[in-house]
Design a protein around this ligand. Sequence first.
Ligand SMILES: [Zn+2]
Length: 275
Amino acid sequence: MAKTDLSIPSLGKKYVDLRDSIPGDSYNFSWVRPLSQVNYLAIHHSNGPDTKTPDEIAEVHINNNGWGGIGYHFLIAKDGTVFYVGDISTARANVANLNEQVLGICIIGNFTEGRSPSSSQLDSANKLCDFFINNYPDLSNVNSWDKLRGHKELPGQSTPCPGDNWPEWRIQIVEGVSGPEVDTPDPSILESQVNNLQTSLASVNQQLIFLQEALQEREQEINILKAAAAALQPVLPQPAQLGTTEIRVDTTLTIVGALINLYQIIFPPGKADAI
Ligand SMILES: [Zn+2]
């Protein structure tokens, strides 16, 4: 049995190994070839609805074509999931007379009449091909993007596969689809987030009003204190008097009276719970 496991971190959860569950023989159908014999990454389209499942495609190959298993090595679904369906050490059946030289990658859908794969499919095709070209030395002859070919570009093929628009979307597989895909958030979640933000804003506004009121009260208290200090100024002992031992009693009494007034200004009855 030919079993070549792969680890393609760039695809993350979009890489799914179906070799054990897909109908037909993923390991022994067709002959085993050394990986150094592989010269091309061959791109196909399934030439049918983009909703076709890997099992359905395998069943057509088994029941209609009479093959022992699916003819491709990989399938790429509309959402970008890459299914590993035929072991890469086997030749499979997807490019006439050149099967021992290719690794067959089929993008599910019909890309004739100007149609192109989804951006998810192109992005995953980019990552899958980049893995084999740049990170998989066992495919020693698949070492540049020149090795990426549409089925119809390979020698001796008479097929429109993978569709008339291939030259345009080939570039996107080579260069990569711009940027990572962003999940579209659920509108109801967005709405509730906006509502929460509005509630928070209203609460912040209320706190600002309270703070402004408190500031105004403080300013008033400071003004009262300034006025009290100014009123106290004439009765305070002058530096010259402080230098002598005699401070007259009536002056002392005036100072005490002023201090009591000041105390009442600072701590008026009922002020304790102002804020
Ligand atoms: Zn093809």
